[in-house]
Each structure stands twice: as structure tokens, then as C-alpha cells.
Design a protein around this ligand. Structure first.
Ligand code: LMR
Length: 400
């Protein structure tokens, strides 16, 4: 019955790794997927994660029973505290419904399914551009997706006026997807003053903010600073959806650890929202996996481990910042035409280079450098050894 089925294309981001794996060149470099690598180009398991896993393995009282539908209660409490802050009134007033979900994507999808079923407005505005999977997650959940202007290619900065105009023209009640920090793919974030203006606009128009927080701690190296945008929206007492991922900041990629929090206006509403979340989750995957969330909870609840995590997280963020500087310097040293200062100005895991898809194809073919066709490079995949190779490739692509 499937004889005529069409071959599907590879995923625009994860497919880059598939192509990279097929390349036998010794100089090949994968700057596609946003996954941290060490200076030696190796994946990194944080020491504090190894420690937490050891504790879990040694605790023979631990069993492999099913978790509740909304996941590990302890993790849910700690993860809400991490994003909203220790003294968040929303938590103190029990206005937050949190469900452990399958990393960022799973949290977004559960939130989207919930909205499709229970929210009167089915339109969601996502930034232009945004992470490639957003469109698919929300569309598949049955929401209608529109875009708002976000990035201005000529300045390589925020299209703030366009953003305000587009959100200002959105029908009342529309959902608005916001990147909490380290916007993917552009690395361009609003300033605190701009966030405040966005907040006022969203609240005055009765729009519903849905934050994607995939990089807490990665943008600035500070967990609190990177949660500031979310906290501004929660501080005003209004509703808010938050999807959190521990893929990058704890390096728990394949463990699929994340959470959806829905901040409500009253405790009884949050409790009913939680009951409905269970009905959304049960037919999708029943309940989430236990191991990764236990690692995260172990780290979050132990102050020594928490501090150790912060140090390791800062070291990752700092290495990325140093790679920005090295790539920028290498291009300057080559006299590569153009202003490359955005490499050091942009924030988070990615540099949105401004290279077009032909230039990217050229760099892959001639230099075995793999990146997404929109010109995004994962700075976390670069090292002091490979930065000159990348600079050579960019130089050739620009001047060729
Ligand atoms: C990325 O944008 O590279 C990451 O968020 C990984 C992914 O799942 O796409």
C-alpha cells in the first residue's frame, strides 16, 4: 500500500549531520546542529552530570516505575523555580502548572496541543526567521502560523519597528512565540528596554506570550540574566507559556529533558489547567522518561552541584564567546570584504553569518564545512584549530 510513497527530504538542521556523517574527508567540520563541542571537537558530558548519574546509580532504592503523566514532581518544582526565580510570586501563589516534557520540542508541542484544544484563538505569530521546527510543531498541532518581522538583514540587527507594527496589527488574543534569549538562528535579542515595550504591547493587546527558553545560561553565562525576559512577563501577573530545554545548558541532548510551564492568574485555574494537560499528554506518550529529569533534579536541588553546574555552564558560554572573537579576528587578518562585527555582537550558540545558500553550498563542497543553508553556524562546534579553516572558507566564498 505504500509503494507510491514519496521520499521525504532530510530535516534542514538534523539532515546536515546526516550529510556530514557521509563525508569521508579528514578536514570535515559540522557547524550545523546546535550541539556543544570541546576544543578537541568532542561532545561534552558535564562533570556535574556524571556525578549526578553516579549518585542515581548508587541509590539502590531507585526503581524504574512509571512517572506520573506530568513527570517528576521534584523536577517540575525546581525547573519552574529556575526559569521564574527563587522568589517568584507566581510560584508562591501556586499559579504555575508545570509538566515535564520531552525537551524543548516536546514542551512546545504539548503547549501547542493544549492551546489548539482549549484556547479560543488559533493563530500563533512566530518571528521571521525562527528555528525551523517551530512552524512544523505549531502547524501539526492544528494552529495557524503567521510571522512577525524580527530580523533586519541590512543592519543584521533587530527589526524592532517591524516587530511592533506586526504584533500591533495581530488580532486580539493571538499567541506570540518569543525566544527567551539567544534567538535561534539570528543571535539577535531585544534589549531590556525593547523587551519592556514588547511586553506592554502584548499585554495591552491581550496577546498570549509563549516563550521558548532553550539557552538559559548560554547567552550571557548567567542563568538569571537569561531568564529576565520571561520574568518581566510573569512579574506583571499575566498569563504566559514557557517551554524549557536542558539539552544545551546541561548538555542533556539525548536524554530529552524539558518542561512546559503555564503561568495562570489564579491557583484554581492552574490546577484545572494541569488536569487538562494530563489529558493532552496521556494519548501522546503516556508519561515522560525518568532518567534525565532525575539528573537535572539532582543538580538543581543540591547547592554544591548547582554551583558546579553554573561554573561549567559559564565555561561553555565563554568558550563560545572566545570562538566568536577568534573567527572575527581571523577574517580581519585575511582582509575578508564586509563588516563582520555581527560575529562578536550576536548572542548564544549561533552566528547568523549573512552567507547565502550558494555560498554555503560552495563551502560544503570545497571546504567540507557543514552548516544550515540559511548561513547559520554553530559557534559551539568551532575550535581554535578549526577557526582558520572556517575563515579561509568564508573568505573564499565571499571573494570567489
Ligand atoms: C538547533 O537549532 O540546531 C538545535 O535546536 C537542534 C535542533 O533540534 O534543531
Amino acid at each position: 500500500v505504500f509503494a507510491a510513497i514519496a521520499q521525504a527530504p532530510e530535516d534542514p538542521i538534523l539532515g546536515v549531520t546526516v550529510a556530514y556523517n557521509k563525508d569521508s574527508s579528514p578536514i570535515k567540520l559540522n557547524l550545523g546542529v546546535g550541539a556543544y563541542r570541546t576544543e578537541e571537537g568532542k561532545p561534552l558530558v558535564l562533570n556535574v552530570v556524571r556525578k549526578a548519574e553516579q549518585l542515581l546509580v548508587n541509590d539502590l532504592s531507585r526503581v524504574k516505575e512509571y512517572l506520573p503523566i506530568i513527570g517528576l514532581a521534584e523536577f517540575n518544582k525546581l525547573t519552574a523555580k529556575l526559569i521564574l526565580g527563587d522568589d517568584s510570586p507566581a510560584i508562591q501563589e501556586s499559579r504555575v502548572a508545570t509538566a515535564q516534557c520531552l525537551s524543548g520540542t516536546g514542551s512546545l508541542r504539548v503547549g501547542a496541543e493544549f492551546l489548539a484544544k482549549h484556547y479560543h484563538q488559533r493563530t500563533i505569530y512566530i518571528p521571521q526567521p525562527t528555528w525551523g521546527n517551530h512552524l512544523k510543531v505549531f502547524t501539526m498541532a492544528g494552529l495557524s502560523v503567521k510571522t512577525y518581522r524580527y530580523y533586519e538583514p541590512t543592519t543584521r540587527g533587530l527589526h524592532f519597528q517591524g516587530l511592533l507594527e506586526d504584533l500591533g496589527a495581530a488580532p486580539a488574543g493571538s499567541i506570540v512565540l518569543l525566544h527567551a534569549c539567544a534567538h535561534n538562528p539570528t543571535g539577535v535579542d531585544p534589549t531590556v528596554e525593547q523587551w519592556e515595550q514588547i511586553r506592554q504591547l502584548i499585554r495591552s493587546k491581550g496577546l498570549l506570550p509563549f516563550f521558548d527558553s532553550a539557552y538559559q545560561g548560554f547567552a550571557s553565562g548567567s542563568l538569571d540574566a537569561d531568564a529576565q525576559s520571561v520574568r518581566m512577563f510573569v512579574a506583571d501577573g499575566g498569563e504566559c507559556f514557557i517551554a524549557q530545554s536542558y539539552a544545551k545548558n546541561m548538555g542533556l541532548y539525548g536524554e530529552r529533558v524539558g518542561a512546559l510551564s503555564i503561568v495562570c492568574k489564579a491557583a484554581d485555574v492552574a490546577s484545572r489547567v494541569e488536569s487538562q494537560l494530563k489529558l493532552v499528554i496521556r494519548p501522546m506518550y503516556s508519561n515522560p522518561p525518568i532518567h534525565g529529569a532525575s539528573i537535572a533534579a539532582t543538580i538543581l536541588k543540591n547547592s554544591d552541584m548547582y554551583n558546579e553546574w553554573k561554573i561549567e555552564l559559564k565555561a561553555m558560554a565563554d568558550r563560545i564567546i572566545s570562538m566568536r572573537k577568534q573567527l572575527f579576528d581571523a577574517l580581519r587578518a585575511r582582509g575578508t570584504p564586509g563588516d563582520w562585527s555581527h560575529i562578536i555582537k550576536q548572542i548564544g550558540m549561533f552566528t547568523f553569518t549573512g552567507l547565502n545558500s550558494d555560498q554555503v553550498a560552495f563551502m560544503t563542497k570545497k571546504y567540507h564545512i557543514y552548516m544550515t543553508s540559511d548561513g547559520r553556524i554553530s559557534m559551539a562546534g568551532l575550535s581554535s584549530k578549526t577557526a582558520p579553516h572556517l575563515a579561509d572558507a568564508i573568505h573564499a566564498a565571499v571573494t570567489g
